[in-house]
Design a protein around this ligand. Sequence first.
Ligand SMILES: Cc1cc2nc3c(=O)[nH]c(=O)nc-3n(C[C@H](O)[C@H](O)[C@H](O)COP(=O)(O)OP(=O)(O)OC[C@H]3O[C@@H](n4cnc5c(N)ncnc54)[C@H](O)[C@@H]3O)c2cc1C
Length: 440
Amino acid sequence: MTARRRGQPPQDAPRVIVVGAGFAGLAAVKELHRVGAQVLLIDRNIYSTFQPLLYQVATGGLNPGDVAYPLRTVARRKAARFRMGELAGIDPAARQITLTDGTVLGYDYLVLGTGVSAAYYGVTGAAEHTFGLYTRHDAVALRDHIMARLERLDIEGHGHDVYFTVAGGGATGVELAGALAELRDDADAFPEVDRADVHIRLVEMAPALLAPFHPKLQRYALAELRRRGVDVHLDTRISEITDDRVILANGDKLPSDVTVWAAGVSAPGDVRDWGLPQGHGGRVEVGPDLRVAGQDRIFATGDVALIEGQPLPQLAQPAIQGGRHAAGQIALLMAGRPTKPFRYHDKGIMATIGRRSAVVEFPHGARLRGTLAWLAWLGLHLFYLLGGRNRLSALLNLSYRYLVWGHGGGVIVGDDPPAAIAGGSPRALPGAAGSRQGSP
Ligand SMILES: Cc1cc2nc3c(=O)[nH]c(=O)nc-3n(C[C@H](O)[C@H](O)[C@H](O)COP(=O)(O)OP(=O)(O)OC[C@H]3O[C@@H](n4cnc5c(N)ncnc54)[C@H](O)[C@@H]3O)c2cc1C
């Protein structure tokens, strides 16, 4: 008989598989640690991505490693095992999952927290000709293309223009457009480039930015973006996107060298293969206790789940609280007790526009904007970023961006995709792949 390591669950403890190591999956793993289950965490990546700061990676303010936390470290600390893999199918009758590499794994309970990806709403060319901002890979690909376009402008000299278009005026779109404006205005990043040649545009279908916020905060965000030189189009529908153009429903054809899609999310197509009931946006339908409709041992939570009668925003807090709740229900089931419904505790929402400019709205109606809101945004994001090392490096890089940049600093550079500098289409380059608000 082998001795059990201290803190390890007994070998006959129920086996729980958690698929997806985002906010929801990691919160579930942490809670399950206390319950004494044997936990196997599975993710297609070996790291967890802190999505709220991806736009900083894409604009050269943070290193890709600052927003990625190694999953084996989390697993070891929580007496869980980690396996890199991608979920391909579920067999609830046999209580087994299959991974894309053919591996079959058995479970007593399964927690799904696999998140979402872009929804293109049938806009022609959007999937092919836009950049997404969901993964670290997306952020690096976008950064390299942004930098390459600016590099090209540096070579071409004054009189040429570059156009960046952000589709979607939610928090992701606003944050990215604001950061692009800061990049353009930083005299040290591309000193030879005339800022008048760099055009940043944000296109939003609704009459206001930041839909969930109070109209006063929406107007503040709009005024701040415009003050920073972002060309904001509200009430504007995109009908088609090509590799160098954004075509509006009114027929206007706007030049666009780099187009970023931040206009909506849905469950990725592979969720269909899991054979689970899906609701609006392809999300997996779950009951009040977060068990998948019709299943007694499968939970879904976070962005991928749609709770019956309680649709929640696709944000970090619902995912964190949902992951904890799913784990708590597994503990109740292990103890032979009935489950409880999930109650979301709203902690408020926030978005930043750029240096010393953000909006915060608390559930009871109190609102903040400007420098105080921005400091709150900064503090909260650093607090929720996983790992001491990541937090320190992010703090250092963000401080550098906001305190030093523009006064002798510089951007974090990647590799310049050579074809973009030579004039090729961004999509012809490797790495391009095909976003969002709230406080984490
Ligand atoms: C650019 C951006 C900025 C955002 N900013 C904010 C913000 O400021 N505040 C806020 O509250 N929210 C923000 N959000 C939303 C927030 O990040 C999400 O709501 C949250 O990440 C959802 O957590 P989750 O655990 O459900 O999914 P995710 O965090 O997306 O994690 C899903 C995990 O599942 C893995 N995975 C997916 N499919 C499979 C599969 N088939 N097999 C194995 N693994 C798989 C992925 O690799 C990933 O690690 C932002 C989102 C984006 C994209």
